[in-house]
Design a binder for this molecule. Structure first.
Ligand code: SF4
Length: 335
């Protein structure tokens, strides 16, 4: 029987004719590894780019968030298990060519299309075609990823994306093995470097109380070693899925760790609870709040004020890295 190794992620599944790998979204057909469900989308809807979250890319803009089904990892705390863990063959999809999704994005006055419901690596050819169609129509393209793809796919992702939010869940291989189901720490950190060299990157870390909160200073130092301008979103992970009996992360304890980490990184954000004081962008030189946001709870935040003068702090003139500048929602639809 013919067998071929899947080249999309480091799980490296050997695919036999008629069999699928761990994610369930690729199979071997006519001697090639192909997507089983090309151009089939589990959902699409318009959202503030800050809610995904991207805080330093086109602030204020609207994005069309899309996804498929399936995942190449098995996070014990998955907050989207119904989409990620359900057999993709049984899922209910919208079947839509990339150009049709781009038309939807334009009709909804979106400035970009972002793949973020599940992991784009498991539907990479469809995502790549969608990103190219978005660019052809003058829209931006981005994604949220777990970073567990092969180096080749990471390079291609950097080429087709304007911005990526990569989840660095830990620096430890043991953590990835125990909580994510894949020995991917080295792979993720390598891919972070590749993506940061090729497009705008923000990083998200879901924090589990008493498990990876102690890594906060080390992760901040690691991100700094790549680029201190990378925004870091610390996500207060509410226990879900196989970890629903665990403790809720303590806001005060994590705040104290983040305060120490600020000496490593100037742009640290903390979300997934209402009223967070960690959603504004502050000038690292004079401390002025140059972009203000409010956290209504949930992931990310909403923009409430944009005070940069060009790309600089209006008080002291320090350059603040923001891809594309302010794009208020009510001025969209003209791309
Ligand atoms: S993308 Fe899916 S099939 Fe391919 S190696 Fe990864 S888990 Fe296996």
């Amino acid at each position: 029987m013919h067998t071929m190794r899947c080249h999309y992620c480091d799980q490296g599944c050997n695919l036999d004719e008629g069999k699928t790998g761990i994610c369930g979204t690729y199979h071997l057909s006519e001697g090639r590894v192909l997507e089983r469900f090309p151009y089939r989308w589990s959902s699409y809807f318009a959202s503030h780019i800050e809610s995904l979250p991207f805080f330093h890319a086109y602030p204020g803009s609207r994005a069309l968030l899309v996804g498929t089904a399936g995942c190449n990892a098995s996070c014990r705390y998955c907050s989207n298990a119904y989409v990620a863990r359900t057999d993709p063959a049984t899922f209910r999809y919208f079947q839509m060519e990339p150009e049709a999704l781009v038309r939807k994005a334009r009709l909804a006055s979106c400035h970009s299309i972002i793949f973020g419901i599940n992991e784009p690596t498991v539907s990479f050819p469809s995502f790549r075609d969608l990103a190219l169609a978005a660019h052809a129509a003058g829209l931006q393209a981005g994604c949220l990823t777990n970073g567990c793809m092969t180096g080749t796919v990471a390079e291609e992702m950097a080429q087709v994306c304007d911005f990526v939010n990569l989840s660095v869940k830990s620096l430890s291989e043991e953590f990835y093995r125990d909580y994510i189901g894949i020995d991917a720490a080295k792979t993720v950190l390598r891919n972070l470097k590749t993506l940061a060299a090729g497009c705008h990157v923000e990083v998200t870390t879901p924090i589990i109380q008493s498990v990876n909160d102690i890594e906060i200073p080390e992760i901040a130092a690691f991100i700094r070693s790549i680029d201190s301008n990378i925004p870091w979103h610390v996500f207060r992970l509410l226990p879900e899925y196989e970890m629903k009996d665990e403790r809720y992360p303590d806001i005060e304890e994590i705040t104290s760790l983040l305060t120490g980490a600020c000496k490593h990184l100037p742009y640290i954000y903390f979300s997934n609870f209402a009223g967070s004081q960690w959603t504004d962008t502050r000038c690292p030189s004079c401390g002025r709040a140059v972009i203000t946001r409010i956290s209504p709870g949930g992931c990310g935040a909403k923009l409430t004020g944009y005070h940069l003068d060009g790309d600089r702090c209006p008080t002291c003139g320090t350059k603040i890295p923001v891809l594309g500048g302010h794009r208020p929602w009510d001025q969209e639809g003209t791309a």
